[in-house]
Write a protein that binds this ligand. Structure first.
Ligand SMILES: N[C@@H](CCC(=O)N[C@@H](CS)C(=O)NCC(=O)O)C(=O)O
Length: 207
C-alpha cells in the first residue's frame, strides 16, 4: 500500500488526497508533527510534505505527485484532459497558480511575521488587494461551468485547498499563512460561482 506523509491541515497534502481519491486509490497516512520533520527527512531527503511512497518510488512536490499518479495509474479516471491542447492549459494554470497567484499570500505572510513596528501597512494593503482581486478571475473562469477547466482536473486540485480557506477552515487553525488566506480573500455576493465551486469540490472524496 502507498504511504502518504502528512501534517495537520496541510493544503499541499490535500491536493494529493483529492487526486488519490479521484483515481480510486488509497494510501496509509503517516502524520508527522509540524515541528519535527526527522521522519520526512529520513525517507525523502527533504523536509516538506506531502511525501508519497509508492513501492520503491519516493515522491515529493504536491503537483509532481499528482502528475506521477496520472502517469502511473493511467487506466483510472483522468486528472488531466486527454486532448493535448486542453492538457497544456491545465499545466499552464497550475504553473501560474503556484508561481504567480501564490506570491501575494506568501509575501503578505512574510510581511506580517515582522515585528509589529516594522510591518509596512501600504505593502500589506497592496498584497491584500492583489489576493482579493484574484477572486474575480476565478469567478469569471467558473462562468457557465462547474470546474475551472470544464471537467474536474488537476487545476481544481491545485487551487481548491488554498481558495477554500475563504469559507472553510478549522476553527483553531494556528498557521499565519492560513489566516492570511482567510482574511484577504473573502468572497462577496459577486462571487457566487466561486462559492458554489468551493462547496462542490469540498464534497469530493479524499484518500
Ligand atoms: N511546493 C511544495 C510545498 C510543500 C509545503 O510547503 N508543505 C508544507 C505543508 S502544506 C510544509 O511541509 N511546510 C513546512 C515548512 O515550510 O517548514 C509542494 O507543493 O508540495
Amino acid at each position: 500500500m502507498m504511504k502518504l506523509y502528512t501534517v495537520e491541515a496541510s493544503t499541499n497534502v490535500e491536493r494529493v488526497q483529492l487526486a488519490l481519491a479521484h483515481k480510486g486509490l488509497t494510501a496509509e497516512h503517516v502524520q508527522v508533527p509540524y515541528n519535527d520533520r526527522t521522519e520526512v527527512r529520513r525517507v525523502s531527503g527533504q523536509d516538506l510534505v506531502p511525501v508519497l511512497i509508492d513501492g520503491d518510488k519516493v515522491l515529493f512536490e504536491s503537483m509532481d505527485i499528482v502528475r506521477y499518479l496520472e502517469e502511473r495509474y493511467a487506466d483510472r479516471p483522468r486528472l488531466y484532459p486527454k486532448d493535448p491542447a486542453r492538457k497544456a492549459e491545465v499545466l499552464l494554470f497550475i504553473d501560474w497558480f503556484n508561481r504567480v497567484w501564490k506570491r501575494p499570500p506568501n509575501e503578505l505572510t512574510g510581511e506580517l511575521e515582522k515585528p509589529a513596528g516594522q510591518v509596512d501597512p501600504a505593502r500589506v494593503d497592496r498584497l491584500g488587494k492583489a489576493m482579493q482581486g484574484y477572486l474575480d478571475l476565478f469567478e469569471q473562469m467558473l462562468t457557465g461551468r462547474e470546474y475551472l477547466m470544464d471537467e474536474f482536473t488537476a487545476a481544481d486540485i491545485a487551487a481548491f485547498p488554498f481558495l477554500k480557506y475563504a469559507t472553510i477552515h478549522p476553527a483553531d487553525d494556528p498557521y499565519l499563512f492560513h489566516k492570511v488566506l482567510m482574511d484577504y480573500q473573502k468572497p462577496g455576493s459577486d462571487h457566487s460561482n466561486l462559492v458554489a465551486w468551493i462547496a462542490r469540490v469540498d464534497k469530493r472524496p479524499r484518500a
